[in-house]
Design a binder for this molecule. Structure first.
Ligand SMILES: [Zn+2]
Length: 340
């Protein structure tokens, strides 16, 4: 093909190729919002929503942050922390205590004492198991790392609670009842990590149950699904092996994350909010030691979410359809998807 024709065909191709980028709206934060952030592990609340948390507080709102597990089964990090090639159950428990304490310090810093923090203290890895195979209280999930089938941590909110799906769902519904959130930030069901995807499903189930028992007209909280774990090294720099400064760049949700008929919404962080997000994440010393590159890849000039349509939490058919989709995906990749 002559160069001029080749050039023309490339131009035509560019013109005709549909724009696959997804429009991202700016997230409106009203006065006096009640934000609930649900996190599978200590650090997920800061990675996903440290900027949103600050903006809600600065707008006269309240923030509750509920961290479901102690993140106690991150084997590589426990080996590093304990200095043992084969850590004992006591080492895993000790590591869990440390991560819970890191969460306390990060919340204190981020909210200057104004964040209502719940550390439920479930075992790492228990969320998806509780959803899929340990729903009933008489068959709770026993952690192969800590050896416990109930919450073992002294200072956890749920100490002694069995690690089963029904009890976790009850806990989340109780938190919703108590908080009456106007914004809920929670992990996307498409997350590339089983606890994250599992908590995404639990959130939708809990919101559905809460709205069912709430007198009409139902509140319509904004449902913000966040993404922490994805494929192909997203976000850029998260697997570079060395922490970089990405704070002058926005967080762009991956193009191959299905939109599913929803929209996307972002908050832009001021330099001071970025600094405080970085400082909160610095409190997670056990994580910085082993995945500083990953944590720093989320310290950016924006935080972006998939904004579910208001009635999504109120349509059980859709929730169940998503559950089936998640189960199918995980059945195909049961181990490689389990990361943290
Ligand atoms: Zn996590």
């Amino acid at each position: 093909m002559p160069p001029s024709l080749k050039h023309l065909s490339i131009c035509l191709l560019l013109l005709l190729t549909p724009d696959i980028s997804v429009a991202e709206q700016s997230l409106a934060i009203g006065k006096g919002e009640r934000l609930l952030v649900l996190a599978p592990h200590p650090d997920d609340e800061s990675l996903s929503a440290a900027g949103l948390i600050q903006q809600v507080l600065q707008n006269g709102g309240t923030v509750r942050s509920s961290v479901v597990t102690a993140g106690d089964a991150y084997v590589g990090a426990v080996m590093l922390d304990s200095g043992k090639r084969n850590p004992s159950t006591a080492d895993y428990l000790d590591f869990g205590e440390k991560r819970l304490e890191e969460s306390r310090r990060a919340a204190q810093l981020l909210g200057n004492g104004f964040i209502h923090l719940d550390l439920l203290g479930f075992s790492d890895g228990s969320i998806y198991s509780a959803l899929i195979s340990h729903w009933r209280r008489n068959q709770p999930m026993r952690s192969e790392y800590t050896g416990f089938d109930h919450v073992p941590y002294r200072e956890a909110e749920d100490r002694g609670l069995a690690q089963d799906g029904q009890d976790l769902l009850n806990e989340l519904v109780a938190i919703l009842r108590d908080t009456k959130p106007t914004i809920i930030a929670f992990p996307d069901v498409m997350e590339n990590d089983s606890d994250h995807a599992g908590l995404g499903m639990f959130t939708l189930l809990a919101v559905h149950q809460w709205l069912l028992e709430t007198p009409t007209p139902h509140p319509q909280p904004k449902l913000l699904a966040y993404l922490i774990h994805w494929q192909h090294g997203w976000p850029t720099g998260s697997n570079w092996g060395i922490a970089q400064d990405w704070s002058d760049q926005p967080l762009v949700l991956p193009a191959d994350l299905p939109l599913r008929g929803h929209s996307r919404a972002c908050v832009n962080l001021s330099p001071a909010q970025i600094d405080l997000k970085r400082a909160a994440l610095a409190e997670y010393k056990t994580q910085q030691r082993i995945m500083g590159d990953f944590l720093s890849a989320f310290v950016r000039s924006s935080e972006c979410f998939t904004l579910l349509k208001p009635n999504d939490g109120n349509r059980i058919e859709q929730v169940l359809a998503q559950l089936r989709q998640v189960r199918k995906t995980f059945d195909n990749h049961p181990l490689s998807r389990r990361k943290i």
